[in-house]
Design a protein around this ligand. Structure first.
Ligand code: SF4
Ligand code: SF4
Length: 138
């Protein structure tokens, strides 16, 4: 599930048909994520609102990791969902593994520690709820 720094393999290599990726439409090769700081005040929230008013942009929160997600298909993703530069794919693609990947999320359900937001109002309510809980603990 965690998408930092990036993506998966996906290839026409030997043994490809036996892999989980061969059953998938390369879900993880159709967006990127960039880590951000957890918002601390209204100014931070407004900056994130700016991200989220753009189509195809959302926020992911997984434990203490906050990320902007931007839908963007990889230029090297082939029509058959294999990687066109498998031998030379970026390190981020190499490091991303199927253990908690998007395909598993779709087939097995979203882990409890994971939140995804497309709607800014819902995101703001989530963040403000966290602020309130933190304040009560102080
Ligand atoms: S989402 Fe998972 S199964 Fe699909 S291509 Fe990426 S790593 Fe492979
Ligand atoms: S380089 Fe290959 S593995 Fe990486 S995102 Fe593109 S298609 Fe997917």
């Amino acid at each position: 599930m965690k998408k930092l720094p990036g993506k998966t393999s996906g290839s026409g290599s030997a043994g490809w048909k036996e892999t989980l990726c061969s059953k998938c439409k390369a879900l993880c090769c159709k967006y990127i994520t960039v880590e951000i700081e957890e918002p601390k005040d209204d100014e931070d929230l407004d900056n994130i609102r700016w991200y989220m008013i753009h189509e195809g942009v959302g926020i992911l929160v997984e434990k203490k990791c906050w990320m902007v997600r931007m839908n963007a298909r990889c230029r090297y993703l082939r029509k058959d969902s294999t990687c066109g530069i498998y031998e030379h794919r970026p390190e981020a693609c190499r490091q991303y593994e199927t253990e908690n990947c998007d395909y598993r999320t779709v087939s097995e359900g979203v882990p409890k520690a994971y939140r995804e937001f497309e709607d800014f109002e819902k995101f703001r309510n989530y963040v403000k709820g966290r602020w309130r809980r933190k304040k009560r603990k102080e």
